[in-house]
Design a protein around this ligand. Structure first.
Ligand SMILES: [Zn+2]
Length: 412
């Protein structure tokens, strides 16, 4: 079993915050290709097209026959053949996290690999392998116990590779809608210390308000990300106390491009969803970046919940799809910037949400609880891109196989 995580003590304001170094970057194209797949939770390794040899770490050609390599999903099992504990390192990141256990694993996929070890994994054990992204976004093999162990997620080495909500303080931007409320509730249940729940109009009551605000761990805060002053004021007030930001803002209205769409709806949507995302990032990202290695409740992640139709467009919802497309682009840019400072940036992709604004779309739709589950899972796994519910999964699968065909299918 792992030692249970201890709730962090109040911080001594006179102490320096530990600088958030990130592990050294892997710059090869093959390493980036592995990271892109690992970010979706897949376990992939390169296999040779000629001799079928499976190889790790990522490289450009087969080390046995010089053949071309392709990425393939692989079995996750392995056996740990040797282990060692690193007690000294010149790397700035690892120096702060010593001692650090690694081992060599014989992968069921057919090759040997140097891997990071969970505290409950020992020499000779059968393990379950995952490809985790380190805080700089580089892929690394991590060996987990084959079966769930007590306090497994609290393992200090594993926690470096995730953004687990346990004991963290989290801002959810829009508490007025069912998505924000479901996300807030799920985060409290997953062990978050505090969920700051945004409300853009304190004078107007909203459905579900009494119930969600009465919940232990929920702290309502005034926030309108459509307003720079409101966003900056909250960031100044919460200062260095937000470890995770989850943006659930959305403004979905029906209408086409040349037919039936209202320009005012488009402008409101772009201001809230696109400019709003940038306001939020500019207000919170710098302070978070300074606290990315600040102990148990270090700042860890920036999560954006956006429509899957940002990838494909959507007939009858042109403006909403355009706002989602811009969000996905901004999030990709932010991910690159935050990787330098050790904060994870995640996208939760949703299908049409089961609410009043998607009445014209036939079922199946995505329920707010499915989105909440995806947010918690992405944080617990350290996953970059995750689909909430079947509709988003199905569209994402088609889009990966053939992006242009999916655009045609969704817009014609
Ligand atoms: Zn080969």
């Amino acid at each position: 079993m792992s030692e249970p995580l201890i709730p962090p003590k109040k911080k001594d304001p006179l102490l320096n915050t530990r600088a958030g170094h990130v592990p050294p970057a892997l710059r090869s194209r093959a390493a980036k290709a592995m990271a892109a797949r690992a970010g979706q939770g897949r376990f992939v390794l390169q296999a040779c097209e000629d001799c079928a040899h499976v190889t790790y770490p990522p490289r450009d050609r087969c080390p046995k026959c010089w053949g071309a390599l392709t990425w393939q999903d692989q079995p996750r099992g392995a056996v740990i053949e040797a282990e060692t504990t690193i007690k000294a390192s010149t790397d700035l990141f690892f120096r702060n996290h010593l001692p650090w256990r690694i081992g060599s694993a014989r992968l069921d996929a057919g090759s040997m690999a140097i891997v990071h070890l969970h505290g409950d994994v020992n020499q000779g054990d059968r393990v379950r392998m995952e490809i985790k992204l380190d805080r700089g976004g580089n892929p690394a093999l991590f060996a987990l116990p084959e079966k769930e162990t007590l306090n497994m997620a609290d393992d200090p080495q594993l926690r470096v590779f995730t953004a687990d909500p346990k004991y963290r303080r989290i801002l959810v931007t829009d508490g007025r809608g069912p998505v924000g409320q479901a996300v807030a509730e799920a985060l409290v249940k997953a062990g978050a210390k505090t969920v700051f729940l945004g409300n853009n109009d304190r004078l107007m009551r909203y459905p579900g308000q009494e119930q969600i605000e009465a919940m232990e761990g929920i702290e309502p805060v005034p926030l309108s990300i459509a307003d720079s002053r409101s966003t900056e004021a909250l960031a100044a007030q919460l200062g260095g106390r937000v470890d995770i930001v989850v943006n659930t803002a959305q403004h979905t209205r029906g209408g086409g491009v040349g037919f039936g769409g209202k320009l005012s709806d488009l402008q409101t949507g772009l201001d809230l969803e696109v400019s709003g995302l940038m306001r939020l990032a500019q207000a919170f990202a710098p302070a978070m970046s300074g606290r990315s290695d600040d102990g148990t409740n270090a700042a860890a992640a920036f999560v954006d919940v956006a429509s899957i139709f940002g990838l494909s467009g959507k007939a009858g919802y042109a403006g909403a799809a355009a706002a989602a497309a811009a969000r996905l682009s901004l999030i990709a840019g932010l991910r690159g910037e935050m990787a330098q400072t050790g904060i994870r940036v995640m996208s939760v992709l949703t299908g049409p949400i089961d609410d009043a604004w998607h009445q014209d779309i036939p079922p199946p739709k995505t329920a707010p609880v499915q989105i909440a589950r995806a947010v918690v899972s992405a944080l617990q796994q350290g996953q970059e891109t995750i689909c909430a519910g079947q509709v988003a999964k199905e569209i994402f699968g088609r889009w990966q196989a053939d992006p242009l065909l999916t655009i045609r299918e969704e817009t014609q």
